[in-house]
Ligand binder design. Structure first.
Ligand SMILES: NC(=O)c1ccc[n+]([C@@H]2O[C@H](COP(=O)([O-])OP(=O)(O)OC[C@H]3O[C@@H](n4cnc5c(N)ncnc54)[C@H](OP(=O)(O)O)[C@@H]3O)[C@@H](O)[C@H]2O)c1
Length: 162
């Protein structure tokens, strides 16, 4: 199914060439790409250095698993958008159970899983609530055990109904 939040193939040469020129002029410091496929990232990196990629990724939506690992090897940051599910907040009995065991909220555990997922992940959870902002910041101190991480790893296929 087509989604506006998933990338469509197609050349990014024209916009990226314009950005690379602005970078040469000193008007742009770093260039990142969003909603892109691995092929588009490859194309982009032939035109200009790419410092980060922002794509849809969370516990339930794992299409970029291999891409994240490849970018980590190359020292390129990966910024998962909709880390909490966006318009469809993550919901799972397994996630809630793991969270209860840690004395944390399910959303905190979903963020902790992302932080543990790879060293190049940068989190940008959106919130309009100061309480949620505090909860989200506290995730930096939340350590998932290997067992909890493995349980959560298994969620992707049955997310939403687990
Ligand atoms: N590059 C792109 O194409 C693209 C596309 C989409 C999004 N983005 C960016 O990605 C970032 C994240 O996207 P997003 O904010 O839409 O999705 P998200 O972070 O997955 O979800 C945000 C939702 O989660 C709730 N939330 C946040 N913290 C929570 C917590 N601790 N407990 C319970 N609920 C919590 C928020 O509600 P409350 O307000 O009630 O906390 C909000 O409804 C944003 O910066 C957005 O601009 C980029």
């Amino acid at each position: 199914m087509f989604s506006i939040h998933e990338p469509a193939e197609g050349s990014i040469e024209a916009p990226l060439t314009a950005l690379a020129e602005l970078q040469r002029q000193g008007l742009v410091r770093h260039i990142g790409l969003s909603n892109v496929t691995p092929a588009q990232i490859e194309e982009g990196r032939r035109i200009a250095p790419i410092v980060c990629v922002q794509n849809l990724y969370n516990l339930a939506h794992r299409a970029d698993d291999a891409l994240i690992d490849a970018l980590a090897r190359d020292g390129v940051a990966y910024v998962p958008f909709f880390p909490l599910g966006g318009f469809h907040p993550l919901q799972s009995a397994t996630l809630s159970e793991v969270a209860a065991g840690l004395g944390a909220s399910p959303m905190q555990v979903a963020l902790a899983w992302l932080l543990r997922r790879a060293p190049n992940i940068l989190l940008i959870p959106g919130t309009s609530s100061v309480a949620h902002l505090r909860e989200n910041l506290a995730v930096a101190e939340l350590n998932l055990s290997d067992e909890a991480a493995t349980t959560l790893d298994g969620l992707a296929a049955g997310a939403g109904s687990a």
